[in-house]
Ligand binder design. Sequence first.
Ligand code: AMP
Length: 396
Amino acid sequence: MSTLNKKTVEDIDVKGKKVLVRCDFNVKMEDGVITSDKRIVASLPTIQYLIDQGAMLILCSHLGRPKGAFDPAFSMAPVAARLSELLGKEVKLASDVVGESAKSLAAALQPGDVMLLENVRFEPGETKNDPALSKAFADLADIFVNDAFGSAHRAHSSTTGVADYLPSAVGYLIQKEIEFIGGALENPKRPLVAILGGAKVSDKIGVINNLLEKCDKLIIGGGMAYTFFASQGLNIGNSLVDHDNIEAAKGMMAKAKALGKPFMLPVDNVIATRYDENAEYMRIYSDSIPDGWMGLDIGPVTSELYAKSIKDAGTIIWNGPMGVSEWEHFANGTISVARAIAETDAISIIGGGDSAAAIKKLGFADKMSHISTGGGASLEFLEGKELPGIACIDEK
Ligand code: AMP
């Protein structure tokens, strides 16, 4: 399946139509107060476009993990209030999801009006992708638009099921993810270089496997590097190791060799006496990590080598830090890689919370082509898995 030929909001005629938009309004909250409205802000381009086109908007989202019934702690009321401020127009909140309140508010909509349904997870059928609930969502509207990338890997009623009953398109947020991640996987500007880091091999086995086939070069850093070293019989001291995946790691290195693709591992490391921000540390080559020490970052020689090997990349996909980037003494590898990516002309795609956070903290965010908004969804996308929330959308 190609993701690149999905209909977008600009491919459909929405004038005077009721459009159900699945957004990602799963904002951070504390005691009923929104602590970051980033996700609401991110959804504005799609909402504003639909308003400008004269559509009648019915927005919906989940928020937190209510247990399939109304719970005021998970009400969308704060979201409706913030949205009203941001849009400069009243966003009416239904007191239910697909019940009488939702129906009567939807029936009264005029072109350009915006309403919000209550938390879709108040309905027990939502996470079960219950066809009856999907149909009830569809009965409220004429068109379905999915713009919730962070939930696109979940086959739920409001992300997937509803598309069985309505014409559909993706919003700008998902369109951008498809353009960059889908584009990099299906039709990359070459050479395509993948840089993978982070703690565990187990989380990224599927990603490494898929990217190994698509990319021209694979670069490994972070805690997961030590499982690869262990698979080659090297001494890794007390470094993080994923014992269950040593064979898989070995298999991946053999696969890279068979495919003739460079598979780069750190040549030097910053090692420490314990897993502690203030632990004693030193630099050492990868073949001589002493007993009792653990690798917490790639070393400076590796940083330079990695920077050089991405210099001429056409496309770079980066997921996962090169070390314990939260701690100053072990953040240099991640900083160097972030800087090196920022300095290339490559299409750069950043996925995963820690690498995205490092990029933002260093002020490189606007130098990246794309920073993915969905952790789990972007990993599944990179694994080559079909995302139900995208697969269900009509093709052009
Ligand atoms: P992930 O969620 O898999 O992307 O992993 C991110 C986490 O990996 C961060 O919290 C890092 O501190 C951690 N990490 C990166 N390198 C290492 C390492 N060498 N040893 C232990 N943890 C690491």
